[in-house]
Write a protein that binds this ligand. Structure first.
Ligand code: SP5
Ligand code: ZN
Length: 346
C-alpha cells in the first residue's frame, strides 16, 4: 500500500463553536502527527508526496465560485478589519432566495452550513493539499491496488459549495472523480466515519456512476442533523445509488459490522470497479466527540472486511479525534486491509 503525505497542514487550525463557546477545533494539527507516527511505526514505508491537483478536477466536484471563495476568504476577512478566523453568523433562512451577497461576511453564510469550523490562515492551502493527496491516492490505487491519503483537514462533509463539519474540499469525492476520469466505470464510496458523509452524498446524489454508502450515528441525534436518513436513496438517474445506514447512539462493533456487511454487499451487487473508503476512526470507544463503542482490536477486522471486495482502493483520511490510540486505530485498518488485499500487478 502506498502512503500519500502532505505538507503544510499544521497551518490550518480553525475555531469551533461548541455549545455556546468558541474553542480551538478538535480537528487539530496534532491528529496528523500521531497518525503519521503510527503509520510509519506499523511499517508502511512506501511514502509518496501528494502531486499538485488540477483545477479542472476540483471543478468537477466543487463550484468554481466556491473554490475561488475558499482561496481568498481569509485574506478578505482580515482586509476588512475583522479579527480571528473567518466565520459565518447568518445562514440563508428557510425559503430564502438564492442571492449570493457581495460581502465576505454574507458569503461565509452562503458557503457554509455549520459553525463547528471556520477559515483560518492556512486553511485554503491545507484543504487544497488534502484534496491533492486524495487524487494522488486514487491514481496510485489504480496502478498498484491501494493507497492511503494521509492528510487533514477531512472532507466528507463538504458539499459542492459549502464547508462545514471541519471539512472544506471533499477529498473522498475528488478521489472518486479521479477514479472515474481514469476509466473506472462505476465507483463506490464507503464512508465509515462516525458522522454521515453528507457532502459526498450531496455531490453524487443525482449520479448513477458513483454509489455512496455511509454508516453513521443516527442524524436525529447527531451532526449533521438534517441529512443522513435511511430514506435518502438518490434522485433521478442516481435513484438507488445512495445507501444510508444510520445506527443508534452507543452502537458497538457487532451492530456496526452488520451494517458494514450490508454496505459491502451493496457495493458488490452494484458491480463497482473501484473503491474509495472515507476512513474515519471516530467510531472508537474513547473518541472525545462520539459514542460508538469500537475497540482498537476491531480496526484490523474492518480493514480485512473491506479488502474482501478486492477492488482498487483509495483510503481517504476523515475524522477520529485525539486519543492515545488514534494512530494505532488508523494503522490497524491499513494493516488489516493490506494483509487481505491482493493488490494489482499492473
Ligand atoms: C470529519 C468529522 O468527523 N467531522 C465531525 C464534525 C462534527 N462537529 C460537530 C460536533 C461538535 C463536537 N464539538 C467538540 C468539542 C469538544 N469539546
Ligand atoms: Zn466524523
Amino acid at each position: 500500500m502506498i502512503i500519500v503525505r502532505v505538507d503544510d497542514h499544521a497551518q490550518h487550525h480553525a475555531t469551533e463553536m461548541h455549545l455556546g463557546q468558541l474553542i480551538p477545533s478538535v480537528e487539530s494539527p496534532a491528529r496528523l502527527q500521531v497518525i503519521e507516527r503510527a503509520v510509519h511505526a506499523a511499517g508502511f514505508d512506501d511514502v509518496h508526496d501528494a502531486q499538485c491537483i488540477e483545477l479542472s478536477l476540483l471543478e468537477r466536484v466543487h463550484s468554481p465560485q466556491y473554490i475561488e471563495f475558499l482561496s481568498t476568504a481569509y485574506e478578505r476577512w482580515r482586509a476588512a478589519g475583522y479579527a480571528g478566523d473567518a466565520m459565518a453568523y447568518t445562514w440563508p433562512a428557510r425559503h430564502a432566495g438564492q442571492t449570493r451577497p457581495e460581502s465576505v461576511v454574507g458569503q461565509l453564510g452562503y458557503h457554509s452550513f455549520s459553525a463547528d469550523c471556520s477559515i483560518s490562515a492556512g486553511t485554503a492551502g491545507a484543504a487544497r493539499n488534502a484534496a491533492a493527496a486524495a487524487a494522488t491516492a486514487a491514481t496510485h490505487a489504480l496502478q498498484v491496488g491501494s493507497a492511503f491519503a494521509m492528510h487533514r483537514p477531512p472532507g466528507h462533509h463538504a458539499t459542492r459549495d459549502q464547508f462545514g463539519g471541519y471539512c472544506y474540499l471533499n477529498n473522498a469525492a475528488v478521489a472518486a472523480q479521479r477514479l472515474r476520469d481514469l476509466g473506472a466505470a462505476k465507483v463506490a464510496v464507503l464512508d465509515i466515519d462516525y458522522h454521515h458523509g453528507n457532502g459526498t452524498q450531496d455531490i453524487f446524489y443525482a449520479r448513477d456512476d458513483v454509489l455512496t454508502c455511509s454508516i453513521h450515528a443516527d442524524p436525529a441525534n447527531r451532526f449533521p442533523w438534517f441529512i443522513g436518513y435511511a430514506a435518502e436513496r438518490g434522485v433521478g438517474a442516481g435513484e438507488g445509488s445512495n445507501l444510508n445506514l444510520p445506527l443508534p447512539l452507543g452502537s458497538a462493533f457487532d451492530a456496526w459490522r452488520d451494517a458494514l456487511h450490508v454496505a459491502i454487499a451493496a457495493i458488490r451487487k452494484a458491480g463497482c470497479d473501484a473503491l474509495v473508503v472515507a476512513l474515519g476512526v471516530d467510531t472508537f470507544e474513547h473518541d472525545p466527540i462520539s459514542d460508538f463503542k469500537l475497540k482498537t482490536e476491531h480496526y484490523p477486522l474492518v480493514g480485512t472486511d473491506i479488502a474482501a471486495l478486492q477492488l482498487p482502493t483509495a483510503l481517504i483520511m476523515e475524522g477520529g479525534y485525539l486519543t492515545e490510540q488514534l494512530g494505532e486505530n488508523v494503522a490497524g485498518v491499513l494493516q488489516g486491509f493490506a494483509q487481505a488485499h491482493r493488490g494489482s500487478s499492473a
